[in-house]
Design a protein around this ligand. Sequence first.
Ligand code: 1HN
Length: 351
Amino acid sequence: MSEAVNTDDPRLEELHRIMAENSLAGHWQPRQPAPALQPHLWRWPVVYSCLMESGEVVKLGHIDEAAKRRTVQLVNPGLTAFKSTTRTIQMSVQLVKPGERAECHRHTAAALRFVVEGDGTGFTTVEGEEMHMEPGDLVLTPSWTWHDHYNQGESNIVWLDVLDVHLMNHLDANFHENYGEGPAQPVTKAEGYSRHRLGAVRPLTESPGNHALPYTYKWSDTLPVLEQLAGSSDGDPHDGVLLQYANPVTGGPTMPTIDCRVQWLRPGESTRPHRHTSSTIYHVMQGAGTTVAGKDKNNGNPMTWTEQDCFVVPSWHWHHFKNDSQTEPAILFSVTDRPVLESLNLYSEED
Ligand code: 1HN
């Protein structure tokens, strides 16, 4: 209780009681401590073994009637009440076993899939186009686009799901609709349709419109860019060689609320610390290293990661990276809510 009020005054206690009964509170009254987002590392073998076990005991189609997805969610220890990875974004890991289908639905939450395991025969159908999923591919299902997943192959598909669902919840804008005309939407477009319409060489006479459009970024296109830049440019002092998955229509962030990046840390590379007002979730594609993240510039929590691990660096936490190998590069895929902060004029950065 601040000294602005006399706590011995019985009228104050009476006022507080009446206000509480009427869902009111005084600005002078203390708030419940807010949960704080924490730096955290999820080790892949644990995530993966839980996911595989869920494949044995949780039947797809009998889960949460609305979503009907078998995903294991990464829960930030500071946000357990929300089952959320950051305050805006949920990252989870999804398993679709051979022959399984995750039914068609759409939601206002923007979503993306980043493929970890699969033989390329499985796909997500987005707005009538089958988007085949090979490891390292990034498939966008922007806000309110129909999507269903199908594994027609003989091996499991595992991917990361990233959704801005918690932002949607905070905004009371989280709407969901099941397709309702069977488990899958009809396929109406040829494979590659979106990449052919929205790529650098695109039809002059057909406008794709400016609404949220589905898209796939193939790892086979991304990796050569990283490799070439790693050999020819200094990269960013805070992130190493850093690529943005630019939105093909706007040239800006991947989606209005989530930007996706991939970065390459050269053998032995150590980056300079910085902090910014966006939160980032990382997934290690290749290599082993350490990310130090903390509120103090020189005294953070070291997160030592290896392949497929995931970790989070919260907003306004100093952080830097080190590739712990002297011979192999490290590659990190990441997602950030930076576009949200930027659109509200709240993005800032310090080093
Ligand atoms: C969802 O719809 C999917 O479509 C995956 O595959 C994960 C997590 C929270 C809410 C909806 C999907 C999700 C989700």
